[in-house]
Design a protein around this ligand. Structure first.
Ligand code: FEO
Length: 169
């Protein structure tokens, strides 16, 4: 594998672990607010992000590449400055999408079809994650300002169950 692509994939491991850390922080914020459904939703999301990191790790190992783990930054969610971290979630997912697209473009330039095929799963996953975040914002804007609506939305989000990724390496 081209060194640049290997290095970008290593960086992506860090970005996915940072995503897990960010969503764990948001889950903790909601736990503090007593919104256990929101907490559950973000806790499941944090687990999925960890899975994304592990998939990239496995892909690199399967291709005989060296893994280089680096420090994970503190989560960037500023609890006191925002009414809801949902906007931050969508913005963050858009950043991750751009990062995946950047690696895909590098793989395309290098005719690295194996990496492109691997990343296809992530391209689709990012589409789903952006949609999930946008849907959450829409629902929050519709129902979140009313205590009964917020209670029902919290109940709905409590139903999210963790499932391992559909991609197996
Ligand atoms: Fe793994 Fe939410 O991107």
């Amino acid at each position: 594998m081209n060194k640049k692509i290997s290095s970008l994939l290593n960086e992506q491991i860090n970005k996915e672990l940072y995503s897990a850390y960010l969503y764990l922080d948001i889950a903790d914020y909601y736990a503090d607010q007593g919104l256990n459904g929101f907490e559950n939703w973000f806790f499941v999301q944090a687990q999925e992000e960890r899975d994304h990191a592990m998939l990239i790790r496995r892909f690199l190992l399967n291709n005989d590449e060296v893994i280089s783990l680096s420090a994970i930054s503190a989560p960037g969610f500023k609890k006191n400055e925002q009414k809801t971290p949902l906007f931050e979630t969508l913005k963050h997912e858009q950043t991750v999408t751009a990062s995946i697209n950047h690696i895909y473009a590098a793989a395309f330039d290098d005719k690295d079809f194996r990496t492109m095929q691997f990343l296809d799963w992530f391209v689709k996953e990012q589409g789903e994650e952006e949609k999930n975040a946008a849907d959450m914002i829409r629902k929050f804007e519709l129902f979140g300002n009313d205590s009964k609506g917020l209670y029902l939305l919290d109940q709905e989000l409590a139903g999210r169950i963790y499932a391992p990724p559909s991609l197996v390496l």
